[in-house]
Design a protein around this ligand. Structure first.
Ligand code: GLU
Length: 484
């Protein structure tokens, strides 16, 4: 089994395309197949190496590694279409020799007029076939005289083209609705429908899984396979990824690229797991699965043809799950850049990672994304003494409680859960204040906030971080400042 992901490097990797890559990868990995990355960069104006690099970077981040591709090579090089031009021209020559392709001299104005005329009478626009009947020798003369011409594929007249689609069953188009497609543009560049066939055939691709926006291209491709004497691969067209309003997922729905989800602090395991469920389910209600388990269980037969609506809430739920599952030291290193950006730590050094690990338990299970972690624990790194003082003053027993609490922890050293509880008990004994009237002043004093993480998590975390960063006041210092 040989599968491929064939991105056009014209921008960032869209999550819909990432899902396409994932389904190909899952099938390849689950069946001992080969996963090929082919860069479809024949649109010279829009393709960039920076886009190719970012797509590869995102695929690697998602863990979707490829066995053959532009950087790793493989038995069917090269893996970038712009480097395969000679193969397209050889294939084009074969089609011309077989009378299956012809030169078209129509100007873009002519083609535009035809299009407009068809649309005006409510017909789907389709090339008229005007140049199909030109005498090949005349055509050759005109080309030799310097006239620009595109090469078109001659679609057979009046027959059905049927291809089996694993997701949708048999799909049939009548050739009367298919205009002769351009296969080589007048600038010499191969068109997508042609290059994709030459490459999939030459790279021995057995299964093509891609978005359903390519369904109408497929009959053209099937006809080109036939004309080249090649067997088409097995096709599976995935339904589009839609936004909550059932329009194709786009910028106005929010994040659409893998890079954006990454920047917002979703874990790759979570995004992969979520994307797999957009159209596939293992069939037993199971939803949380690691990539290798999904690969083991993945089958095209269980891919749905109904539209997949992107559900940010569900993605958040899955992300919370994977944040809880991650070893704390690993999670600390993943979230460190956001702490640096917040100005809480200077870089990912060992003190920084240790302090982040100390505060993580207050955020994991509570926030949806890594990006949200620093704000949840900012009271540790950026304690607002003035706000805290004001809140303490607003509490009926605030001054009394804080005075006693400051004394109770003055010599306790860095607080632990136990020593904090002992200090709270001592404060209650001394003041006679208990329950919320006791704990709330401590909370507002230590954090500057009316609500937040459990105190027996928060106070030891403050002291661990204070031990690593002298600029961060420890609980004893905070209490002393407010208890006098
Ligand atoms: N380069 C095409 C795209 O990104 C590939 C389509 C295909 O898989 O055939 O849409």
């Amino acid at each position: 089994m040989r599968l491929r992901f064939a991105p056009s490097p014209t921008g960032l990797l869209h999550v819909g395309n990432a899902r396409t890559a994932l389904f190909n990868w899952l099938l390849a990995r689950g069946r001992g197949g080969t996963f090929v990355l082919r860069v479809e960069d024949t649109d010279v104006e829009r393709s960039t190496r920076a886009s190719e690099d970012s797509i590869k970077d995102d695929l690697r981040w998602l863990g979707l590694t490829w066995d053959e591709g532009p950087d790793v090579g493989g038995p069917y090089p090269p893996y970038r279409q712009s480097e395969r031009m000679v193969r397209y021209s050889l294939a084009a020559d074969r089609l011309i020799a077989a009378g299956r392709a012809y030169y078209c001299f129509c100007s873009s104005e002519q083609l535009e007029q035809e299009r407009a005329a068809a649309l005006a009478v409510g017909l789907p626009p389709k090339y008229s076939g005007r140049c199909r009947t030109l005498d090949p020798q005349d055509a050759a003369r005109r080309r030799a005289g310097g006239e620009a011409a595109a090469l078109r594929f001659a679609v057979p007249t009046d027959r059905d083209v049927t291809f089996p689609d694993v997701v949708r069953g048999n799909v049939t188009f009548h050739t009367s609705v298919i205009g002769d497609p351009v296969i080589v543009r007048s600038d010499g560049g191969p068109a997508y429908n042609f290059a994709v066939v030459v490459d999939d055939a030459e790279m021995a691709i057995t299964h093509v899984i891609r978005g359903e926006d390519h369904i109408s291209n497929t009959p053209r491709q099937v006809l080109i396979y036939e004309a080249l004497g090649r067997t088409p691969p097995t096709f599976a067209h995935l339904s589009l990824v839609l936004g909550p309003d059932h329009a194709p997922l786009s910028k106005r729905h929010g994040a659409t690229s893998v890079a954006e989800f990454r920047a917002r602090g979703y874990l790759p395991e979570a995004l992969i797991n979520y994307l797999a469920l957009l159209g596939w389910s293992p069939g037993d209600g199971e939803e949380l699965m690691a990539a290798d388990e999904m690969a083991r269980r993945f089958a095209l037969a269980r891919v749905s043809h109904s539209a997949a609506v992107f559900d940010t809430e569900k993605l958040a739920w899955i992300n919370r799950h994977y944040m809880k599952q991650s070893p704390p030291a690993h999670l600390a290193s993943l979230v460190a850049p956001w702490f640096v950006a917040a100005g809480f730590v200077a870089g990912s050094n060992s003190e920084a990672l240790e302090s982040i690990e100390a505060v993580l338990p207050m955020a994991v299970g509570v926030v949806d994304r890594l990006e949200e972690v620093p704000a949840r624990v900012s009271f540790v790194f950026a304690w607002d003494a003035a706000a805290a003082a004001q809140l303490v003053a607003a509490e009926p027993d605030g001054a009394k409680v804080m005075h006693a609490f400051a004394e109770a922890i003055a010599d306790a050293g860095p607080l632990t859960k136990e020593s904090f509880r002992a200090a709270a008990a001592r404060t209650r004994e001394v003041t006679g204040v208990k329950g919320r009237a006791l704990f709330h002043p401590i909370r507002v004093a230590m954090t500057g906030w009316e609500s937040g993480p459990e105190l027996d998590l928060a106070l030891p975390a403050i002291d661990r971080v204070a031990g690593l960063f002298p600029a961060v006041p420890a609980c004893a210092a905070r209490a002393r400042q407010l208890g006098n």
